[in-house]
Design a protein around this ligand. Structure first.
Ligand code: HEM
Length: 396
C-alpha cells in the first residue's frame, strides 16, 4: 500500500525530518507521483545516479527546482540550467577560470578567515555555529575568489540571504528573491566593467578575458550577460550549500560524539568525514529535471515532458548502496555519493567545497573538541534548493 505516502518539498514539517518518508518511498514507491504539484520523484541511489548522468532524457534546460519547472522554464543562461552540447562549451570556459591555481590561492585565505571567525569564541562558552561561522565563511571565500572588494562583502551576503527568501505557494519565485538576484547581477556587471578597464589577479578578470569555442570552430569572449550570470551562479551555488554542510556537521558531530572524537584525535580523517557528512545529510537534497521522452522505471511509466525530482538526500541514505545508512561513520569507505550531483552537471565547486569543509572542521575541532547543540534555539531554513540549519547555537 503506497496511497498514504505523501512527499511534498514545500512542507516544512516533512523537510524537518524526511528520512523515514524517503525510506518508505525507496521501498514502496521508488517512482513516486505527487498529483498536487504534478511531479515525479526518484529516491533510490542507483536511479538518482543513472538519471543524473542521462542528460538526454532528464533535461536541466527548464530549470532544476520545482518552481522553475512549473513556471515554464528558466532562461537565465546559467550552465546549471543548460543541456549538452551548449552546456559543455560554456562549462569548459568557466572551468578555465575556476582553476586549481585559483582554488589553491584560497587555501591560506580560508584558514585565515576561520581563525578570524573562531578565535573570538575560544573560552566564551558558546556561539552560533551557522550564523557566526558556517554562513559567513563561504560568503567571504566566494567574494575573495571572484575578487569582490572586502568592503562590499557584507552587502553580498545580505543579497544572497534575500535571494534564498521563500514564500508559501511560490517558493523562490517571489519578488523579493528575484529583485535580489537582479541586484547581484547589476553589481557584478559593474565589477566586470571595472576589471575590463583595470585587470587584476582575480576570477572576475579571468572571466572578462576567457574565450569560448563556438560550434563552428570560431572563438569569442563571454558577453557581459554570460559573465555576470556565471558570477551569480557561483555566489548562489557556492554560499548556501557550504553553510548547510557546516550546519549539518555541527549537529551530526554532536549527535555522534564518538565520531567527532575520531576527527579530533586524527585530523587526517577529516576529508573522509566531510564526504560522509555530505552523504549523511545532503545540503542540496533535490535536483529537478524535465523528461524529454516517455520512460518506464520499476514498472511505472513517466510521460514525456514531466517534472522529476532526483532526491539526492534520499539516495545518500539508501540501504541498497550504504550499510547502516542512518549511522554517521567518518571512516566509512565511500565508493561514491550523489551529494555533488553526477555526470555533466557534477558540482563545479566540489574541490572548493571540500577544501572549505576540511579547513573549517580542522580549525573548529582544534579549538572546540566537544560541544552541545541547543536544539530549542536552533532554527531550520526551508528553501527549494538547500536543506539545513539557519542557526545552530552550541555550548561548550
Ligand atoms: C557542500 C557544498 C556543495 C554542494 C552540496 C553542492 C551541490 C551541487 C549539486 C548537487 C550540483 C548538481 C546540480 C544538478 O545536477 O542540477 C551542483 C552544481 C554546481 N555547483 Fe555545487 N555544491 C556545493 C558547493 C559549491 C561551491 C562552493 C560552488 C562554487 C564556488 C558550487 C558551484 C556549482 C556550480 C557552478 C554548479 C553547476 C555545474 C553545472 O551545471 O555544470 N557548488 N552543486
Amino acid at each position: 500500500m503506497t496511497a498514504d505516502i505523501y512527499y511534498d518539498p514545500y512542507d516544512t514539517e516533512i523537510d524537518a525530518a524526511p528520512h523515514e518518508l524517503w525510506r518508505r518511498m525507496r521501498d514502496e514507491a521508488p517512482v513516486y507521483r505527487n498529483d498536487r504539484y504534478d511531479f515525479w520523484a526518484l529516491s533510490r541511489h542507483a536511479d538518482v545516479d543513472a538519471a543524473s548522468r542521462n542528460t538526454k532524457t532528464y533535461s536541466s534546460a527548464r530549470g532544476t527546482t520545482l518552481e522553475l519547472l512549473s513556471g515554464g522554464g528558466a532562461s537565465t543562461g546559467m550552465i546549471i540550467f543548460m543541456d549538452p552540447p551548449e552546456h559543455g562549451r560554456l562549462r569548459a570556459l568557466v572551468s578555465r577560470a575556476f582553476t586549481p591555481r585559483r582554488i589553491g590561492l584560497l587555501h591560506e585565505q580560508i584558514r585565515q578567515q576561520c581563525v578570524d571567525l573562531l578565535d573570538p569564541y575560544v573560552g566564551s562558552g558558546g556561539f552560533d555555529f551557522v550564523a557566526d561561522f558556517g554562513a559567513e565563511l563561504p560568503s567571504r571565500v566566494i567574494s575573495a575568489l571572484l575578487g569582490v572588494p572586502a568592503v562590499d562583502q557584507p552587502r553580498i551576503l545580505n543579497i544572497i540571504n534575500t535571494m534564498f527568501h521563500i514564500e508559501p505557494g511560490v517558493g523562490m519565485m517571489n519578488d523579493t528573491a528575484i529583485n535580489a538576484m537582479f541586484e547581484l547581477h547589476a553589481y557584478l556587471t559593474e565589477q566586470l566593467d571595472e576589471r575590463r578597464a583595470h585587470p587584476r589577479d582575480d576570477m572576475l578578470t579571468d572571466l572578462v578575458r576567457a574565450e569560448i569555442d563556438e560550434a563552428d570552430g570560431t572563438k569569442r569572449r563571454l558577453t557581459d550577460e554570460e559573465s555576470a550570470n556565471f558570477g551569480v551562479l557561483l555566489v548562489s551555488a557556492g554560499t548556501e550549500t557550504v553553510a548547510r554542510l557546516l550546519g549539518w556537521a555541527s549537529v551530526a558531530l554532536a549527535a555522534f560524539p564518538d565520531q567527532r572524537q575520531i576527527l579530533v584525535d586524527d585530523p587526517s580523517a577529516i576529508p573522509n568525514g566531510v564526504e560522509e557528512l555530505l552523504r549523511y545529510e545532503a545540503p542540496s537534497p533535490a535536483q529537478g529535471r524535465w523528461t524529454t521522452r516517455e520512460l518506464t522505471l520499476h514498472g511505472v511509466t513517466i510521460p514525456a515532458e514531466s517534472k522529476v525530482l532526483l532526491l539526492t538526500g534520499s539516495a545518500g541514505r539508501d540501504e541498497r548502496a550504504f550499510a547502516n545508512p542512518d549511522v554517521l561513520d567518518v571512516r566509512r569507505r565511500l565508493e561514491s555519493h550523489v551529494s555533488f550531483g553526477l555526470g555533466a552537471h557534477y558540482c563545479l565547486g566540489a574541490p572548493l567545497a571540500r577544501l572549505e569543509g576540511r579547513i573549517a572542521l580542522e580549525e573548529a575541532l582544534r579549538r572546540f573538541p566537544t560541544w552541545e547543540v541547543d536544539h530549542d534555539k536552533a532554527e531550520r531554513l526551508h528553501t527549494s534548493t538547500v536543506r539545513g540549519y539557519k542557526k545552530v547555537p552550541i555550548t561548550f
